[in-house]
Write a protein that binds this ligand. Structure first.
Ligand SMILES: [Zn+2]
Ligand SMILES: [Zn+2]
Ligand SMILES: [Zn+2]
Ligand SMILES: [Zn+2]
Length: 350
């Protein structure tokens, strides 16, 4: 049987200004590089189903449907709740996924690609203000200077404590650089990376020792589990993690990713997810809530991403095996500018 050609994603360091929306980036962490700049979701649409707090940006994947005029530009955004207690096994309640798309000719971006020029200005005054801290739509502002904008009281307080207290009304400059992560936000947001997507090698890579890679992955997962279960003793942990490896699906998973151990994304529109464990049959994927067409699998986020985003902030308790994203197979243009899509979180335990 021949394999599907799958694209896989890796992370790379990139200067923040090069991840601006005008470059249509795929990226992880930092602030969202919104596509449609007018109809950005309100904080109330970005709240966690468990705790009701505003979630933060995890990653976005630029994935145009080039054959469709109205999705010449198309990006999928994923948000997650930072509160680790909202993370439950095999539940996606602490995640939200949105799809946004635009024709080539639109109100926001030029028809031709932008040059990579740092001095090029990109006026934002026509569009809704964004939160200084997390980059989501900001309905409120600093009552004193009226120059800084916030999604929530919580983020206003963070900004005040981390420097705005001194600068408010004393400076003509605003700290709001829209898509650039401000000092105040560094401890709150995930570390920012460019997500580079490329074709997976078709053949097994000779120089990679699959067994060794599999052991590494098991180890990584054990460590992750240990991090989330610090209050249980060693033997309980052994019992818990000991269940992980003896699973055909997991072995297939490990072998396949051994070709590129650092992959954080697998993109296979219309394909099937590479499940991390069995018990994934009979998942009922609801139809698109806007056009009622079936959803199809589009891509999955890999557990390796957890190794890259937790630098500097405490998110030990956020965890997943894989995150499988399902989207409208017509990529329809009905409903709001940011259409909610479907995420399945599969963990190694249940
Ligand atoms: Zn939550
Ligand atoms: Zn905010
Ligand atoms: Zn102020
Ligand atoms: Zn649809």
């Amino acid at each position: 049987m021949t394999e599907n050609v799958v694209d896989i994603g890796f992370l790379d360091e990139k200067e923040s200004w090069l991840l601006h929306p005008r470059f249509f980036p795929s990226k992880v962490g930092g602030k969202p590089a919104w596509l449609d700049l007018r109809n950005i979701p309100a904080p109330s649409e970005l709240t966690c189903n468990q705790c009701n707090e505003v979630m933060i940006f995890l990653c976005q994947v630029y994935a145009p449907y080039e054959e469709k005029e109205d999705s010449f530009h198309r990006t999928i955004f994923i948000f997650v709740c930072k509160n680790g207690e909202c993370c439950r096994p095999n539940s996606a309640n602490n995640f939200k996924v949105f799809r946004s798309q635009l024709p080539r000719k639109n109100d926001f971006y030029s028809f031709e690609p932008y040059k990579e020029d740092q001095n090029e200005t990109f006026p934002m005054d026509k569009w809704p203000k964004l939160c200084n801290v997390c980059g989501v739509k900001a309905p409120s502002h600093c009552a004193k200077c009226k120059k800084e904008f916030y999604c929530s009281r919580k983020h206003q307080i963070i900004h005040w404590q981390k420097g705005h207290k001194e600068l408010c009304c004393n400076s003509n400059e605003t700290d709001n650089s829209n898509f650039i992560v401000t000092e105040a936000a560094k401890s709150l947001l995930f570390k920012e990376w460019e997500l580079i997507v490329d074709e997976e090698d078709q053949e097994k890579v000779k120089h990679v020792d699959e067994n060794q890679e599999m052991e590494k992955l098991k180890h990584l997962i054990k460590e992750k589990k240990a991090g989330t279960m610090s209050d249980i003793n060693e033997s309980e942990l052994e019992e818990y993690t000991g269940k992980i490896p003896d699973d055909k699906v997991f072995n297939k998973f490990s072998k396949r990713i051994a070709r590129h151990p650092d992959q954080v994304l697998r993109y296979d529109r219309g394909g099937v997810p590479l499940w991390i464990t069995a018990q994934a049959d009979n998942i009922d994927i609801p139809k698109c809530s806007y056009c009622n067409e079936p959803r199809q699998f589009e891509f999955q986020i890999m557990p390796q991403l957890l190794n890259f985003i937790n630098i500097g902030i405490e998110i030990n308790s956020i965890d997943w095996g894989i995150l499988a994203i399902y989207t409208c197979n017509k990529s329809c243009n009905k409903g709001p500018a940011y259409k909610e899509e479907m995420l399945i979180k599969q963990d190694l335990s249940n």
